[in-house]
Every structure is written in structure tokens, then in C-alpha cells.
Design a protein around this ligand. Structure first.
Ligand code: FAD
Length: 582
């Protein structure tokens, strides 16, 4: 293993000559240098041998500039200054860069550049506008991990290891607080800096990056990435020229390892695809549901904007007919057969099924339809299904799932409609003289409706204005009718509208506080414990470029901190492993 090849002997002589090594240092040097060369060759062998044939045809065939070839061949690998490139200076990219530079600074002898290439003029633009300018930096880290993980429609299984072993929600909390950021937790679990200003988070990460020695380069857009024969990354950059023209200056940089942190930007997906990765079709997540019909002048929700229900349950039912229309054209993997034949093979026809996706939470009626956590959660968990039917479908709203649960706890059984029908029919005995439209006669303790102000107070499960609309308009019960005079048919209709109100979704709207993209680099191709590509060694990824996304509430940044930290630390290890071992 330690036998030296002629080229190694020559390099050894070069070492002695270059560094004026004394005779007594030579035996130690032989051992150490042989080990280094072994690791270097081993590393190169590892890099090369793991290439897939797909990669060999798509990447290795491309030429590396001759100037780069000669420079890297002249200097022995172990003596070369190492370089880590991060494409994208968003939340995850900046966090990964800081982690990489911090990891390297712990090993004093290693010289390694950590360079962030950001296409725009500012880093962390989304952090600035996040959480309405307050930055919902993470979710309540004291919550049980399964609860936290259940808030990721995509990535919940894959994040488990990261959140338990590599960079936990508590680690993220400590990272910020140890750097002087005071955090507060709101009643719904969202955590913000006490300044209520996203600039606090931006400043903290920027200062940590500067302190760790990260080089940040703005207005440097990465157009494409190739690998050279040494397994390094050749990054093609276009930057704005200093003159006021629209000309862009093209340049190239070489890195030993690369972190792709381009968020949901299509060019980032294109780069990942060009390096051999499959991209799960990106579709919007976290949007509000619009219904033209319900909010029109004649619609049931007309005039109800601002009314909120403390706890509602939304069910998306996509019927076969809707899916059938789309089935002939849709694939879960977006790919172009001509550009990417292996990915094209993965095209599969979606199995015919009628999905039912259920989410609960507070619900807000808006001028255009519904919003609030229940609607946003449904939009996230059913992001792909909504997209498949072009945001035209029916969502059933149960306005009092908690009340139904209470009835079931009292050993009552039957369908939702029949349970509520019985509960409402009781009113014909209990409050016969009261008009049905007066207000909701079903009450729950305040704490049970999800509000915390007064745990003993009881409140009607449906707010008055909404109740009146459900009675008079949806169920067509005359506003003057009393419980004594109501018919069974009317009560059944009301029970149905309370437990399965049909919300006809006609489109979606952007939720301005937070939105993300579902889809991105397929997680099956990522070693999550290192955030490293399984296809191209030395390529790491973090943040929204991956097929990971959470519901609203700080989960998306939490994912950025964890995947970013691990990608950064792993890139540092990859880059300098041979030096660390010696
Ligand atoms: C309005 C809004 C509010 C939000 N609020 C919250 C919140 O309060 N809490 C929360 O958890 N989440 C929030 N999110 C989601 C969160 O912002 C994202 O999940 C997060 O920013 C993703 O970080 P990222 O680093 O992966 O990508 P990004 O933040 O999108 O960063 C990617 C960066 O890469 C750069 N880039 C892309 N391609 C290239 C290229 N080819 N070359 C060079 N640079 C490139 C881009 O310019 C960008 O700066 C919000 C999102 C939005 C849109």
C-alpha cells in the first residue's frame, strides 16, 4: 500500500527541494507523504469510480480549460489550496457557507476558500420579506419531533435523521441564541426574533459568515457547472460588467466541492439535472383557495370576509373524472426525453385513484375564498393534486370537527351528518321558541375550540355571521323559522352544510406571508446524513432546491438551517478530508 510509484518518487524529491527539508525529517516525511498520496489517490479513485455511466457521457466528456488542467496538475493535490463553492446566497446557502468555513477554521493548518456566488445584488432576500418582515425563523423547538416532522408534506421521513442526529431544531435555536438573537415563541408555535425584524436574522448570519471568512460575491450568476478530470467542479459564471451596459462578463472558477443552494430557481434545477439528477416537478405550495362562486355578490361567503372559525377540517376530494382528464399527459417526474434519456425512462403513468386529503386548523374567510392554517396546510399537503386539476376542484369544509369528536367521546356513532343532525334536532326540544338563524346552539369550551384566552368560557362552535349564512342561504331555512317549526329535511340540510360544506375552488392566490415550491431534487438521490449527491461525489445540496418543504410556521427555514449546516460541514470534510486524516 505504501510502495511508491515513479511519479510519487519524483514528487517526493520535489517536496524536499521546494521545502528545504532536513535529513532527519526525511523518514517521518516518507510515512506521512505516502499516507497523503494514498488518501489523495484513494479520494480520486472514490470520486471517479462512483460516476455513473450517465454522468460519464454527460459530464466527463466535456472539456476542461487547458489553463486549469495545467495549474491543477502542477501542484500536488495535498498542497493545493482547497475551494468550496456555494451557488446561491439565500438562507440555506449562507448558513451552509458559514458552517463550512467554521468547520475548516477548526483545523488550523488547512487553507480553504469558501465562496458564495449569488446571482443578485443581495444575499438572503427572502429572509428579508419572510414572515411579513418579521422572519418566522423556526418553529417551537420544544415540540415533540414527530409533531415537527409531520409538518413537512415532503421530506418528513428523510429529515428525521438530520433533526435527531446531525443538526437538530435545538441546535438551530442554540446557533441563533448563542450569537445574541433573542427569540420568542407565539401561541401557534411560530418563533420570531424579539425585534420582530428580519434584519436581525440577516445581520446575524452575515456577521457569522464574515467572521468565519466566507467570501461573498454578488451579481455572479452561475450559468452551468461541469466536472473536470480530477473530479473538481468547473463553474461557469456570468456577472454584470462594471460599466452601465447590459453586457455580462463570462468567467470560470474551479472548486473542489460544490453546494447547490439555489432555492426554487429553475436554473438551479437545470444545473442539478445537467449533473445527472432527476427533478421532481416543481409546483407551488402554501396558497389560499379562491372560490368565485362563493364570494360573488350572490355567494354564501359574500360579506363574510374576516370571519374566522377556530378549528375547521378541510377535505380535498378529487374525483376520478378530474384525474381521468389529466391522466394521459401527467408524470410525477418532469423530464425531457431528448435532453435526459435515463430520466425519461422513469416516466410513469399515475395510477388512477381518487385521493382524499384532510387537514385541520383555524380557517379564515377572505374576499376571495378561504385562508388560514387549515387552508394553507391543505394547499401544502395536496400541492401536487391541486396542480393536477389546475386548482379547480371541490373541498369539503367541516366547521365543527371538535364538536363531532366530543359526541363520539360520548359513545355516539354514525356519520358526521347524522351525529350533527341528532344534536341539532335536540334543539327542537331544548330551545323550541328560538329562531334557528339567531345563532349556533352548539357550544364548546373555549380551550376546545383552539383558543386559549379563557379555558372555562364556552363559545358557539360556529361564529354568528357564518351560522346565519349557513342557515338561511346554504340550507335555505327561512330566517324567521323557530326550532319548533323546523322540518327534519331542513335540519338534515343544515347538518350537511356544517359537516361537509362544498367549497368550489376555482383558483389559488399567493399567500403573501410565506410561500414555497414543492418539488426539486429527488431525495432518493441524496445521502441525507451528509446532504451529498449520490450521483456526483462532492456535490452537496440544501434548502428549497431539494424536494423538501414544510407548512407555514417556520418549518421551511428550519429545514434550511439543518440541511444547510450539514451540507456545509460535509463539504468541508469532503474537501479537506485527506488533510484532516494526516
Ligand atoms: C414571501 C415569503 C415569506 C416567507 N416567510 C417564511 C417564514 O417566515 N418562515 C419560513 O420558515 N419560511 C418562509 N418562507 C420560505 C423561505 O423563505 C424559503 O424556504 C427559504 O428562503 C429557502 O431558502 P433557500 O436558501 O433554499 O432559497 P432562496 O432563499 O430562494 O435562495 C436562493 C438564492 O440563490 C440565488 N440563485 C439562484 N440561482 C442562482 C444561480 N444560478 N447563480 C447564483 N445565484 C443563484 C438566488 O438569487 C437566491 O438568493 C417565505 C417565503 C416567501 C416567498
Amino acid at each position: 500500500m505504501l510502495s511508491l510509484r515513479p511519479i510519487q518518487v519524483m514528487m517526493f524529491a520535489f517536496h524536499i527541494h521546494t521545502y528545504s527539508i532536513n535529513a532527519y525529517q526525511i523518514p517521518r516525511l516518507i510515512v506521512s507523504w505516502s499516507l497523503k498520496t494514498f488518501h489523495t489517490y484513494n479520494d480520486h479513485f472514490r470520486r471517479r469510480s462512483t460516476y455513473t455511466s450517465k454522468l460519464q457521457s454527460s459530464i466527463c466528456g466535456r472539456c476542461m480549460p487547458s489553463a486549469l488542467q495545467s495549474s491543477s496538475q502542477d501542484i500536488p493535490h495535498e498542497n493545493r489550496r482547497r475551494r468550496i463553492g456555494i451557488i446561491g446566497g439565500g438562507a440555506s446557502g449562507m448558513f451552509s457557507a458559514t458552517a463550512a468555513a467554521d468547520a475548516i477554521s477548526k483545523i488550523s493548518s488547512i487553507e480553504c476558500d469558501v465562496v458564495v456566488l449569488e446571482g443578485t445584488s443581495k444575499t438572503m432576500s427572502k429572509v428579508r420579506i419572510s414572515g411579513g418582515g418579521r422572519c418566522n425563523v423556526m418553529h417551537d423547538t420544544t415540540k415533540a419531533l414527530p409533531q415537527i416532522l409531520s409538518s413537512y408534506p415532503r421530506g418528513n421521513k428523510e429529515l428525521r435523521g438530520l433533526y435527531t442526529k446531525r443538526f437538530t431544531p435545538d441546535d438551530a435555536y442554540d446557533w441563533f441564541t448563542s450569537r445574541g438573537v433573542q427569540l420568542k415563541t407565539e401561541a401557534d408555535g411560530r418563533m420570531f426574533p424579539i425585534t420582530d425584524n428580519s434584519q436581525t436574522i440577516i445581520d446575524t448570519i452575515s456577521q457569522a459568515a464574515i467572521k468565519a471568512g466566507v467570501e461573498m460575491r454578488m451579481k455572479e450568476k452561475v450559468d452551468s457547472v461541469e466536472t473536470n478530470h480530477e473530479g473538481q467542479y468547473v463553474v461557469n459564471i456570468s456577472s454584470k460588467s462594471s460599466s452601465n451596459t447590459s453586457d455580462r462578463v463570462k468567467s470560470e472558477e474551479v472548486f473542489d466541492s460544490l453546494i447547490l443552494a439555489t432555492g426554487s430557481f429553475p436554473l438551479g434545477h437545470e444545473i442539478a439535472r445537467s449533473l445527472g439528477h432527476d427533478i421532481v416537478k416543481p409546483v407551488p405550495s402554501l396558497f389560499t383557495l379562491d372560490s368565485k362562486e362563493l364570494t360573488s355578490n350572490e355567494g354564501i361567503f359574500n360579506g363574510l370576509a374576516g370571519v374566522s372559525v377556530p378549528l375547521a377540517q378541510l377535505t380535498l376530494v378529487i374525483n376520478d373524472e378530474m384525474l381521468g382528464i389529466k391522466q394521459s399527459t401527467d408524470e410525477s417526474i418532469e423530464s425531457d426525453a431528448s435532453d435526459n434519456p435515463p430520466a425519461a425512462k422513469k416516466k410513469k403513468k399515475r395510477k388512477k385513484k381518487a385521493p382524499t386529503i384532510v387537514q385541520e386548523g383555524p380557517l379564515l374567510i377572505t374576499h376571495h375564498g378561504v385562508s388560514g392554517p387549515a387552508a394553507l396546510r391543505l394547499s401544502a399537503f395536496a400541492a401536487r393534486e391541486f396542480n393536477e386539476v389546475s386548482y379547480k376542484c371541490e373541498v369539503k369544509i367541516h366547521f365543527c370537527p371538535k364538536y363531532e369528536e366530543e359526541l363520539r367521546d360520548m359513545n355516539k356513532s354514525g356519520s358526521s351528518e347524522s351525529l350533527l343532525m341528532d344534536a341539532l334536532w335536540d334543539m327542537t326540544r331544548m330551545i323550541p321558541k328560538r329562531r334557528v338563524a339567531t345563532g349556533c346552539p352548539l357550544f364548546l369550551k373555549d380551550s376546545e375550540t383552539n383558543r386559549e384566552e379563557d379555558s372555562q368560557k364556552t363559545l358557539p362552535v360556529i361564529p354568528k355571521r357564518l351560522w346565519q349564512a349557513l342557515v338561511t342561504e346554504a340550507s335555505e331555512i327561512p330566517s324567521t323559522i323557530t326550532w319548533a317549526d323546523v322540518s327534519k329535511k331542513m335540519v338534515r340540510s343544515l347538518a350537511n352544510n356544517i359537516s361537509a360544506f362544498p367549497l368550489k375552488v376555482t383558483s389559488k392566490s399567493t399567500f403573501k406571508e410565506e410561500f414555497v415550491t414543492a418539488g426539486g431534487v429527488n431525495l432518493k438521490e441524496i445521502t441525507m446524513s451528509r446532504m451529498e449527491s449520490k450521483i456526483v461525489p462532492g456535490l452537496f445540496m440544501c434548502g428549497e432546491v431539494l424536494n423538501v418543504d414544510g407548512v407555514t410556521g417556520g418549518f421551511n427555514f428550519m429545514g434550511c438551517w439543518s440541511t444547510g449546516f450539514v451540507a456545509g460541514e460535509s463539504a468541508a470534510n469532503f474537501c479537506c478530508q485527506d488533510l484532516i486524516e494526516n
